[in-house]
Structures are given as structure tokens and as C-alpha cells.
Design a binder for this molecule. Structure first.
Ligand SMILES: Nc1ncnc2[nH]cnc12
Ligand SMILES: [Zn+2]
Length: 334
């Protein structure tokens, strides 16, 4: 049995495996410009975030109906459960679907069909986090929040993703203020490719409670000190960082130094279908390549539940933490 953990940085569209992409393409009469799943996998060589995003948005063309979104989420939840994920806070990108003519309702209802039954079917509790695309306008983000109003009982929080450099968090001040007024939790990608100042802006201007990635904080010791002092969780994604060339190799990843500095780090998969691994695979990889001890892995698992948005169910959080504390490692360290 793998180590129990929460997944806090997971784009549901990034869980679209090539086999499911071709299945949905056939079901919906969508032609993919790849001969087969092997040819598609060949395209998974990325120079940076943008080269990945191009393929990520292209493949979304196969997602059209509620069934598609439900099937996508169910496939993820089954894989996550098998790797010890007990709780998943799942991002989705409504603008990327609405722009293709797929209504917000189709996306949320489809995802919800899987998430609503996730505890019964997979033993995984869930939350849904709606992300705004930062390379779209602030007005588009506000319209998206408005379009989500009928579904807010299913949406726990908002996030900010897509191409980071040139799109600083401050651009989205207004929509984050509006979301806060609606009682939504706030996170944002910052410091993946963008500079440490974007992390500071996400905290000071957007009021985020958790930073997605936050990797480049290591370039600014004063910022690291602040993140430690304020106990701001970082949702790191080691295999993603390698594939998108944020680090040269996994052995170069600053995770051990970040833990040593006292940062509240978590380990997540980001877009597992594209980056070579789900949550447990990321845990196994940091154990193997970075030499993280079993105590450190347990700390990462504890952190994932501490950083999760389970304030409305503290009993559950306590149960998950007790599972982590009682966990006995075997040979399997995922
Ligand atoms: N790693 C990532 N960074 C920014 N936007 C994303 N959208 C999906 N994955 C992303
Ligand atoms: Zn991400």
C-alpha cells in the first residue's frame, strides 16, 4: 500500500492519457493530427512551459460532452487512488473549453458526476478549483467568474495558470477580490518560470493562501524567510519541473534544500499524462534521485494534508494525518 497523500496541484486536462484522447476523438468525430498513441507520445518533448501548453490546449479538442469530462476525471481518480491519493484538489480551465463552444455547465456537471461519486468509487475526497488563464484578459477572468456563479456550491477556490512570464499576478487583482468576497479560496501559479516578485505579488495583491510551484523563491532569501514564517504552502511538481526544463535534471531540484530551510513543501503531479508520472511516481522519483529519506517523505505527505482546503472537515483531515503517522514503509516508497 502506498503512502497516503493529498494531491493539491493537478490540472484535470493534464490527465488526458493518449489512449483516452484517441477514444474520445473517435467518439466525438474529432481528427487528431497524430497517427496513433505512439506518435502522440513522441510529441511529449517540451522545451519550456509554452511548448507544453500548445499541445495541452490542442488535445482538449476531444473533450466535448459531460460524459467526456466525467470519464476524464474518473480515469484520473482511479489512477490517483492506486498511488495512495486520499484527497485531491483538482484544477480545471473553463476558458479553454468555453472558447471552443463547450459551455461552463457541461464542464462542471461532467466533472462533478465523477467527483460527487469519488469517495464511494475510489475512496478519494475531492475539491474543485477553477483556474483563470493568465494570458487571457482580466475582463475574461471576471466574465468567467460570473459564468461560474450557478456552480459555486461545487467550486472551493480559484487559481491562475497558463503562460506565466509577462502576465504578473497583479493583472488579476479585481477578480481575486471578487472571488474572496464570494467566499472562494485563493491559489495561483507563481515562480514556475516567472521571477520571485510574482510570488510576492500573488501573496500581497491576490491574497493567495497557497502558491502553486513557487520554485523560484529560492532565488530570494528574504522571500524564503517570509514563506517559512507565514507557513505558506508550496505545491511543487518535481517531474513537471524536469519536463518543462525549470531544472536540468531531477538531481538538481532544490526540494531538499527547501525542506531544510523549513518551507512547507508538498509534492504533486501537475499534468501527469504529459510529465511521466502521477503523485506516487513523483514521491518515488524524489526518493530515488534526491535521496529524500522516509521521514522526509512522511513530512511531505503530512504537509499535503495540512496545506489542503479541509477546514470544513477537520475530522477528516485528522483521520488522514493519523493514517500518515501510522504508515509503515515497505520497499515501496511511493
Ligand atoms: N505547469 C503549468 N503551468 C502553468 N499552467 C499550466 N496549465 C497546465 N499545467 C500548467
Ligand atoms: Zn500547474
Amino acid at each position: 500500500m502506498p503512502l497516503p497523500k493529498a494531491e493539491l496541484h493537478l490540472h484535470i486536462e493534464g490527465t488526458l492519457e493518449p489512449e483516452l484522447a484517441f477514444e474520445l476523438a473517435a467518439r466525438n468525430g474529432v481528427r487528431l493530427p497524430y497517427a496513433d498513441t505512439d506518435a502522440l507520445r513522441e510529441a511529449y518533448r517540451f522545451a519550456d512551459l509554452q511548448s507544453f501548453l500548445n499541445l495541452y490546449y490542442e488535445l482538449m479538442a476531444v473533450l466535448r460532452t459531460e460524459d467526456d469530462f466525467a470519464d476524464l476525471a474518473n480515469a484520473y481518480l482511479a489512477r490517483a487512488a492506486a498511488q495512495g491519493v486520499r484527497h485531491a484538489e483538482i484544477f480545471f480551465d473553463p476558458q479553454a473549453h468555453v472558447a471552443r463552444g463547450v459551455p461552463m455547465g457541461t464542464v462542471v456537471e461532467g466533472l462533478w458526476r465523477a467527483l460527487g461519486e469519488s469517495e464511494a468509487n475510489h475512496g478519494v475526497s475531492t475539491r474543485l478549483i477553477m483556474c483563470f488563464l493568465r494570458d487571457e484578459s482580466a475582463e475574461s477572468a471576471l466574465l468567467t467568474l460570473e459564468a461560474a456563479r450557478p456552480y459555486l456550491d461545487r467550486i472551493t477556490g480559484i487559481g491562475l495558470d497558463s503562460a506565466e512570464v509577462g502576465h504578473p499576478p497583479a493583472k488579476f487583482r479585481e477578480v481575486y477580490e471578487a472571488a474572496a468576497a464570494l467566499g472562494l479560496r485563493r491559489v495561483a501559479h507563481a515562480g514556475e518560470e516567472g521571477p520571485p516578485e510574482y510570488i510576492t505579488q500573488a501573496l500581497d495583491v491576490l491574497g493567495v493562501e497557497r502558491v502553486d510551484h513557487g520554485l523560484r523563491c529560492v532565488e530570494d532569501p528574504a522571500l524564503v524567510e517570509r514563506l517559512v514564517r507565514e507557513r505558506i504552502p508550496l505545491t511543487l511538481c518535481p517531474l513537471s519541473n524536469v519536463r518543462l526544463r525549470a531544472v536540468d535534471t531531477l538531481a538538481d531540484h532544490p526540494l531538499p534544500a527547501m525542506l531544510e530551510a523549513g518551507l512547507l513543501c508538498t509534492v504533486n503531479s501537475d499534468d501527469p499524462a504529459y510529465f511521466g508520472g502521477y503523485a506516487g511516481d513523483n514521491f518515488a522519483a524524489v526518493h530515488e534521485s534526491l535521496g529524500l529519506t522516509r521521514d522526509r517523505l512522511r513530512e511531505l505527505a503530512r504537509n499535503s494534508f495540512l496545506a489542503s482546503f479541509l477546514e470544513d472537515d477537520e475530522e477528516r483531515r485528522a483521520r488522514y494525518l493519523a493514517e500518515v503517522d501510522a504508515y509503515e514503509f515497505g520497499d515501496d516508497v511511493s
